[in-house]
Ligand binder design. Sequence first.
Ligand code: MN
Ligand code: MN
Length: 458
Amino acid sequence: MSELSYKRTNVYEVADEKLLKEIFDYAEGYKTFLDEGKTEREVCAYVEEAAKARGYKPFTFGTKLKAGDKVYYNNRGKNMYLIRVGKGDVAKDGIRILASHIDSPRIDLKQVPLYETDGIAFAKTHYYGGIRKYQWATIPLALHGTVIRKDGTKLNVKIGEDESDPVFYISDLLPHLAAKQNAKPLGEAIGGEDLNIWFGNVPYTAAENEKDKTVKENLLRILNEKYGMCEADFLSAELSLVPAYKAKDVGFDRALIGSYGHDDRVCSYPAYTALFDETSDERTVMVVLADKEEIGSEGTTGMQCAVFTDLIDEIAASFGTTSAAVRANSKCLSADVNAAYDPNYPDVLEKLNATYLSHGAGITKFTGARGKSGSSDADAEYVGYLRKLFDENGVIWQTGELGRVDVGGGGTVAKYVAKMNIDTIDIGVAVASMHAPYEVVSKADVYETYLAFRAFIK
Ligand code: MN
Ligand code: MN
């Protein structure tokens, strides 16, 4: 191959002993992060503790910031902003933004979830984000979330993660009796209203009234005894079923990591650890860990919420400049995942323009569907800037689209940041089986993405 042609680099192929050790060491911290934070609330709490340990202080609106300040803004416990104020001129240089998301596809309980039928107590659910429903049956599920009880007290729930905990379950048919279901299109095999969670099977035989000798009554008694809950408390609760699996190395050579929710914690972890580890103090840096990306970045904790620009306003005001000036000179990496090329399903990806496992951080110039619809499509100048920056810093990176033209598509937070007059592009880790209960990434890509983020904020 001549030096004039382009070819992707396999990280494991070129890595020396030192880099290999760094890649594998870094993956250990990431796996702990995955197991400790399976929901946006848990990730927020985990990162808040880590930030506090590094001297970050909570930010309140109206406070003046100065060079050297390290602050965090925990938005409703579900959306985290980390800001480190540099010595440089924010009006002239803007700020560097790393924006990832910490919500993942999952199965939420409905507000009136409990019912009993034929001697089994179930909970009704409403799935969150894009899931292939059939993948969520017959796997162990853990219940995570928050309940606001009648008296206003808050209960944080995490059941199914300890070895001694029970898990929860969605059933499927046995092959012996599945002929009719097997004939259905895959997407219709299990419907949205079929994702009912197995909650209990023991009736409350001690009841005085015959009509209370039910499994549901027994379940309510357990919930009351253990958690001080009554049935109406589900009305003011956010409870989610997530896979009860732990993050594990995949394959004999341990090159890959399997876990629930790599999308997008696989970019969130590199984003905030890059901020903590990169000690150069010139630039002002903001790390965003957004919620609600999987359902359109809406709401008070999503990327479209004004809190994002309000924080930039506060930075600008602190230095006597305008938000418009700061934004015009700012740059953002929308840190999100792309689909990894999977040789088992080659038809949906176009080989030249796909992101490959273990080939480094993946830049996605545009997302969207059909004719790039719904994408912010970064300009060549910005790609050129990053290309030079990453090459100069020895970052191994690649580029790819989310699938073949017209096969499907998707979006990220990029377009909401770009709308604010901030140069933005998607970059992140390639994920195999994205949005499945157990997704796979390469340790090499996680580490190269971390190096890319460090180079960006240096
Ligand atoms: Mn994502
Ligand atoms: Mn996603």
